[in-house]
Structures are given as C-alpha cells and as structure tokens.
Design a protein around this ligand. Structure first.
Ligand SMILES: C[S@@+](CC[C@H](N)C(=O)[O-])C[C@H]1O[C@@H](n2cnc3c(N)ncnc32)[C@H](O)[C@@H]1O
Length: 561
C-alpha cells in the first residue's frame, strides 16, 4: 500500500525487527520460530528480505537513510543481506551501549550493547551535532566554552578557611557517575576535617589548594544545593596526579545571560548539569560509531518510560526514546519536513521521537508506523483457554496495536495515561518539560485489510481507499471520506472528481485552492481523463483512478508472512 502512496518519498526508515532470539519473538507462516529450528536463520532472512526490498521502493534514492537495529544473534547475516540488497548504499555499523550494567550471559561475557546498521542512499550524510555520542566531558557534549563555568573554590583575598569558616564544608562526590551526590554542613573553625566520616561509595571533597592548604568555597551550602538542583553546579575535571577534583558553578553574570536568552538551555547532561549554547558559538561535531550515553538505556528510557505512559501495560523490549531521537536527529536535524517510516512499530517509540524533534525546532516531520496486531505468546494461551480466537474482539484488544501502539501514541500526544491521569515525570536531556504537557501533533489510525478478488471486481466502495488518497496527497487537511452527491469534492490537499460532467465546477474549485496539489479523476475512459487534465492548472498533478477503486491498489502476489 505504501508503494502506492509513498514511492521513493521516505527520508528515513528506522526499524527494530524481531531479533530472532528463539524466545517466541516472531512468527513465520503463523508459527513461532523456536531456537532449535534448523531453518531459523533462513526464515528470518526471508522475512527481512521481503520487507527490505519494499523499503528500497519507499526510500528516496537521492537522499535518505535506512536504520536497522539488531543484536549479536543476526548481526552478520543482516549485514550480508543489506550489502546484497543495497550495493549502491554506504553502510556503517554503530555499537550502542543500551545496558551499561550488563546482561549476564551464563559462561559468556556480560553483554552491554546492541548494534544499528546505517545505510546511506544518494547524498545522505550525517549532520554535525553538539554531541559525539561517545566522548565524556567537554569534548563530547554541547559547547560550554563560550559560557563561563567558574571555579567554586575561592582564590585571592579572603580565601583561607579562617577568613570564612561558614564556607568551609564538604562535598560528597560519586566518582563513578561523576556527580556531586551530597553537600555537607560547614565545619566550625578548630574542628579537624579528618574527623568528618566519609560516606559510603562517595569521596569527600574539601576546598583545598594543591599544596593542601585549607581554603573556602564561594557560595553557602544552601545556595550551592539550589544551584545543583537547577543544573548550575557540576564536577569539573579530576586531576589524578594531585588527587584533586575541581568543582564548577554558574556565577550571577552567567545566570543573567541565561535569563536574557543570550545563552540558551539545550537540556541537561548526564550529570544533571545544564547544557548551554551561546547563540553564535556552537561547536558541531560528527557523531561517532560507538555510542555510550546513559540516556540510551533500554530499561530506563524504554521499558520504564513506557510504564509511566501506560501504567500497568507491559511490552517487551521497547527502545530508549532518546536513543531513537539521537539516531534520527543525525539525519533529520535540517529536514523539518521529513517523512519517517517504521514498519516494526512495537510500542511506537519512533513516532514519539519524531514528535520530540518537531517540538525542538518547530518542524513538521511526519511519521508512519506500521504494525500487525499480534497477541503475545503467553497471552495467546490464556485467550485460547478462555475459548477466544483471532478475530474475536476479546482477542484483538490484546493485540500489540490496540493494546500498546495506539494507547502509547495517544498518551504521548495528550499527556494523559489511558486512565486520564496526567503522565508523571519530565522529558529529560535535550528539551526538558513535563510529559503531561503532551505535544502539538496529530495522529490518524487506519486498519489495513485484505480484500478478496470478488469485492475488488464488484466495485469496492470509495471509503475503503479514501485514506490512501489522502496519504498520497501529503497527509494533511481533511480526508474526503465520501463523494458528495454533486460528484466531486476538494479538500485542503487534493480533490476527487467522479462525475466527469461536473468537470467545470471541479476545475474551478481546485484552481481556487492555494494548497491542493493532486486531482484524482475517476474514469475508465482515456479520452475523458485527458480532457480534464488539459483544463487543470499546471501545479495540480492529475492522477487517474479506475471506477472499480480497489483495482488501483491491487498488490501482485499473495499474502505475505
Ligand atoms: C522489537 S519490537 C519493536 C519495538 C519498537 N522499536 C519499540 O521501541 O517499541 C519488534 C516488533 O516487530 C513486530 N513483528 C514481529 N514479527 C513480525 C512480522 N512477521 N511482521 C511484522 N512485524 C512483526 C512485533 O509485533 C514487534 O512489535
């Protein structure tokens, strides 16, 4: 169907197919492919090949990207399949740390990563961004150079402990996460700092000069706590030779520059500190092929984030929202009208990520999700025992599309859980705001059905193909669901003419529209079609439909697996 509506029109495909783990994660010809199936790799390749061949028909050959995530089970076979199907593309593999704690693999090493193949078509190339996605600290993340982070330790006059005893207090630092975990209280003059106990797992940092002399901080502990909460204080570099941590904060002058919008807040870094961007001094870097960002954690920003949107609903292995967002941003940052497709939609993370990109730059990117409505293996057993069968409403409501994909998209847009409660928590990192704010986005849901040859030859009704005409015309404005009695209609993006005797009124109406770009003309008669075409303004593309509407969308070959 999409090859009719979006042939060579897609800018980015992001897919996260079943990884063929042997754990009932996908079916071939209606049967789960088990781990001991001798043909499991062939079956998986056959399933993928069909879909990738179709993907090629949909991608814009002049400038587009195909992103396929995968793990170690099928990575090599997938790589060869991609090379075979797309000899014209540049293909790169990216390693993404999605579980820094590691998943135990019995007698193997603990696994922390998965992979993504990026296939670049035509002139497509990655954009330079404010994060390499690998490096830690200054060189890796958004530009901080034009923004002055000051040292928290005082220098010059009044900088000895005895000068300001109230500003001599400990910071408890987590050296692994590189964050200030706690802020202690001032130590009265005369008390030996060595008597202050360390806290478990944390390092105690005092304001000490390199020679060991006791100094003081520039702010009170209360104010520093406020700054830390606001992301305006952070750890600086660790000097291993002198075993010395530097601590940085934003002074009043910098805060003023933020308030006056001279400096923009891009979001927060992994340590919670603000990522700031001085309007005319952004360092841009090409992202690297190994990504190591805690925000790519599939558990925290995939499964747990999904539970916040849909409390009580379970879905195995959603992607981290921010990992998909980062992957798409690399190619779509300067394509505000891009069309993105994901035909293994799962919980719909890809559409959610596109909504976030749009909000960040006012873009109007579209996302098309495709999914089956398969019921999970365990659920199937339960439903069969209860006497239900596929097709029954009581069965279908547990299918992935009705149970997860649609509710997740609704929740993301409205900011409400399915129960109608505001979603708890905030979006993090780039562009932070309450999830309950939702997005200014529209979504339309369609159910795709197979029509038997009989219904096709018996003049299938117009309403069955109405969404396709709308999709083909750019998916904006009103859908023409039914043809009015006068025999034609014109919506924002397109018009449909059925009664060719009314061509004059139709041509006038569509010529008067500033936004319509397609005229669908329904006729089996070549000559009459040509006559209407000749009268249309040049900016309107005429497309012919046969009177038996459904034949226009006949797909060669039988049903796919
Ligand atoms: C790993 S999930 C995708 C998860 C998604 N990226 C997310 O973040 O939620 C793979 C999806 O492929 C779908 N799927 C499995 N077998 C399929 C098949 N034969 N054809 C189409 N989709 C299939 C499953 O329903 C599942 O939702």
């Amino acid at each position: 169907m999409l090859t009719c509506t979006h042939r060579h029109a897609i800018d980015a495909i992001y897919i996260d197919p079943p990884y063929n783990t042997g754990a009932k994660d996908w079916k071939y010809n209606n049967d789960y492919v088990e781990g001991d199936d001798l043909y499991r790799h062939s079956k998986w390749l056959a399933m993928m090949e069909r879909r990738l061949v179709m993907a090629k028909e949909l991608l814009n050959p002049d400038d587009s990207v195909l992103i396929v995530t995968i793990d170690e089970k099928e990575i090599h076979r997938l790589g060869l399949l991609l090379e075979q199907l797309f000899p014209e593309a540049h293909i790169q593999m990216v390693t993404i740390v999605i579980n820094p704690n590691g998943v135990a693999r019995g007698a193997e090493l603990n696994r922390v990563e998965e992979y993504a193949y990026f296939c670049f078509f035509g002139s497509c190339a990655p954009e330079k961004l404010s994060d390499t996605l690998l490096d830690q600290g200054r060189e890796g993340q958004a530009n901080r150079d034009s923004v002055r982070w000051e040292r928290l330790m005082r220098g010059g006059s009044n900088s000895r402990r005895a000068d300001r005893p109230n500003l001599f207090y400990p910071l408890f630092v987590d050296p692994v996460k590189r964050v200030i975990a706690e802020i202690g209280e001032p130590l009265p003059l005369g008390f030996d700092r060595r008597n202050v106990p360390d806290r478990q797992g944390l390092i105690t940092v005092w304001p000490l000069r390199l020679g060991g002399e006791e100094a003081n901080w520039r702010t009170s502990p209360e104010y520093l706590r406020t700054l830390l909460d606001q992301g305006m204080a952070r750890l600086g570099a660790y000097d291993a030779k002198n075993d010395h941590w530097s601590v940085l904060y934003l002074g009043k002058a910098q805060i003023k520059r933020i308030e006056s919008s001279e400096i923009h807040i891009l979001g927060r870094a992994e340590d919670g500190s603000l990522l700031l961007h001085h309007c005319d001094a952004g360092i841009r870097m090409t992202p690297k092929t190994v990504w190591n960002r805690p925000r790519h954690s599939a558990d925290q920003y995939g499964s747990r984030l999904l539970r916040t949107l849909l409390p009580g609903q379970r879905f195995p292995f959603p992607k981290s929202l921010y990992a998909v967002e980062d992957a798409l941003r690399i190619f779509l940052a300067s394509k505000p009208d891009a069309i993105v497709l994901d035909f293994f939609a799962g919980s719909g993370t890809t559409a959610h990520a596109v909504m976030r990109l749009n909000r960040q730059d006012g873009g109007r990117r579209q996302c098309i999700l495709v999914t089956n409505n398969e019921v999970g293996a365990e659920e199937q057993r339960r439903l069969r025992t209860a006497g239900l069968r596929p097709g029954d409403p009581g069965w279908e409501r547990w299918g992935i599309c009705d149970y997860i994909t649609k509710p997740r998209i609704r929740a993301a847009i409205t900011g409400l859980t399915p129960e109608g409660d505001p979603i708890a928590g905030d979006y993090r990192f780039t562009d932070e705001f309450p999830m309950a704010d939702g997005f200014e986005e529209n979504a339309a849901f369609f159910t795709l059905t197979y029509e038997g040859p009989l219904s096709v030859s018996h003049h299938g009704s117009f309403e069955r193909i109405a969404p396709l005409l709308w999709l083909r015309a750019g998916s904006s404005g009103r859908i023409i669901d039914a043809i009015p009695e006068r025999g034609w209609d014109v919506a924002e993006a397109y018009g449909v003419l059925v009664a060719l005797d009314e061509a004059t009124a139709f041509v006038e109406a569509i010529a008067a529209s500033e936004t319509a770009s397609i005229a669908y003309i329904v006729t089996d008669d070549d000559r009459r079609f040509q006559m209407v075409c000749a009268r249309l303004p040049g900016r309107i593309t005429p497309l012919r439909l046969y009177e038996s509407y459904l034949t226009n969308f006949e797909i060669a070959g039988g049903r796919s697996a």
